[in-house]
Design a protein around this ligand. Sequence first.
Ligand code: HEC
Length: 160
Amino acid sequence: MHYEEFKKIVKRTYVVLSLFFGLLLIIAGGLVYEMLYPSFLITETDQDIVYEPIENLEVIGKNDIKNGIHEPTGFVDANGLEQVVINCTPCHSAKLVTQNRATREGWIGIIRWMQETQNLWDLGANEAVIVDYLATHYAPENKGRRELLNNIEWYDLKDK
Ligand code: HEC
């Protein structure tokens, strides 16, 4: 074999091998990147997320209620708690609910607003239970400030 011919073959083999390993490196790099940042191939937007109420699930655990409060959410333990936890916590924090106060009509208004603009589902027969619960336990507080002090036994400050 001619020396020049041999050189050519070596060169060609070198190029092919370089391309092969180069490609392999790119694929391996891509795989590692996908492992580290799995979200980079996902093009899902927020609008694709469909919230659904959870049904047939034991939502209130035995040890969740402490001092009349459902600890995981902060809701008052009362009739309707389960329906409220199922229907009012999938989209936002329960705090958004418990920090609000409204009358019956007010709560219905908030629910209608969420149904019209935030994809809240039809609450069906649960609506009455939920509205009762909210209007009872998250009603407007009439006493905006503490009551005036009375029946206080004042004492004289003594001079030294
Ligand atoms: C499908 C999703 C969804 C569900 C389920 C849902 N909400 Fe909402 N709710 C929203 C969105 C979105 C907002 C606006 C959040 C924000 O402003 O950050 C909101 C806001 C609120 C607010 C604040 C309103 C205001 O004027 O600031 C209250 C109170 C509320 N929700 C109560 C409830 C109650 C009670 C339920 C159960 C009957 C419920 N939500 C269930 C989506 C939902």
